[in-house]
Ligand binder design. Structure first.
Ligand SMILES: [Zn+2]
Length: 97
């Protein structure tokens, strides 16, 4: 008796269509999410978050999108220059449509 269900009525922290990450896709083109590698039309599975200290303030993050194949290529490119900060699965915190 008197059991409380804290989950009921709980809302996501953002309203539908206002996912904060969507505002970061520079083009405003939301879907499909395509790999950023030149000439690649594959669906992106990964976000590579990077920063070039010569161009960007330390808290700035540029985002490249990568398919499974180019995740390695692009992250190697960024790592070699010391730019890479994070690699995050696209599906983890963004589009799930
Ligand atoms: Zn690709």
């Amino acid at each position: 008796m008197g059991t409380i269900h804290p989950v009921a009525g709980r809302l996501p922290p953002w309203p539908p269509g206002a996912h904060p990450l969507l505002h970061r896709w520079q083009t405003g083109r939301v879907d499909p999410i395509i790999c950023s590698a030149k000439g690649c039309r594959a669906e992106a599975k990964w976000q590579l978050r990077w920063n070039n200290p010569k161009l960007h303030t330390p808290d700035r993050r540029k985002i490249w999108l990568a398919c499974d194949t180019h995740r390695t290529t692009l992250s190697d490119f960024l790592t070699a220059r010391g730019f890479l900060r994070d690699v995050i699965p696209v599906a983890a915190d963004t589009l799930d449509t």
